[in-house]
Design a protein around this ligand. Structure first.
Ligand code: OGA
Ligand code: MN
Length: 247
């Protein structure tokens, strides 16, 4: 966490480049990517005319997925290593960003759950977002750019060498060897187990906090806030440098 960073989007991107290449969001149809600085992803309920958008707006529906546990860009063949989120206009009614330490979750998994994830892969599909939120489906070009990918449910961190649980309740649409209902049930059960206070950090925002996290060993979710209240956060996402490595 870096407090007091009243930075421009260009400075945000330049800082991100110290850690890797910034991702450019492949979806352009919902205006979640900044027109001015294409590496910036807009986590915002304010439109181009500076007006608060209704929760029923397509972009807001899609963003509502971030209230469920996920890790950024896990739907890519080489998922992001980390993200940097700049709180520009922060919420006082909610909008708390919560993180789970997935190393600790993996280590604490009850034996029956551990047996179900060890050596198994789950599928991550960007188009799950529209199915769970009612946001418009990706266009044919967006769909073609991001076909569903399979990643191990237990991954080994390339730097720390530690194993962690790697799942996403917003992108996982299938699990190897399970039918749809069982797959959904397993992801749900794992997410519930993970979401315990003992594994959690809750970030209460102050204006111009910049929060940087590791997408390889954490999941995160934001709490709801009063939709009338403005919330403007800008994110960069660091491109993954290698495929997910199984335990
Ligand atoms: C994100 C995200 C959390 C938030 O930007 O990746 O999930 O606090 N946002 O809005
Ligand atoms: Mn996110």
């Amino acid at each position: 966490m870096f407090p007091g960073q009243d930075i421009t989007d260009s400075e945000h991107v330049a800082f991100t480049r110290h850690f890797g290449e910034p991702e450019i969001f492949h979806q352009t149809s919902l205006n979640l990517r900044s027109d001015q600085v294409k590496e910036i992803f807009l986590v915002s309920n304010v439109d181009g005319e500076n007006r608060v958008m209704k929760p029923s707006e397509p972009s807001q529906k899609q963003l509502s997925s971030s209230r469920q546990w996920h890790t950024d860009s896990s739907y890519r063949p080489m998922p992001s290593v980390g993200s940097l989120l700049h709180g520009i206009e922060i919420s006082r009614t909610g909008g708390i960003t919560q993180f789970i330490n997935m190393y600790e979750v993996y280590e604490a998994l009850p034996e029956p759950l551990r047996r179900q994830v060890e050596g198994r892969r789950a599928r991550h599909d960007f188009s799950m977002l529209h199915r769970i939120t009612g946001a418009p489906p990706p266009t044919a070009a967006e769909q073609a750019a991001m076909p569903a990918v399979w990643h191990p449910m237990v991954r080994r961190h390339p730097v720390s060498g530690r194993k962690s649980l790697y799942i996403s309740s917003i992108y996982n649409d299938a699990v190897e060897g399970l039918d749809d209902a069982a797959a959904q049930g397993l992801i749900e059960e794992l997410s519930q187990f993970a979401a315990q206070p003992r594994f959690m950090y809750r970030h209460l925002w102050e204006p111009h906090d910049v929060l940087m996290w590791d997408n390889r060993c954490t999941v995160h979710a934001v709490t709801p806030h009063d939709p009338e209240e403005r919330r403007v956060m800008h994110r960069t996402t660091i491109v993954g440098s290698e495929p997910v490595v199984a335990a």
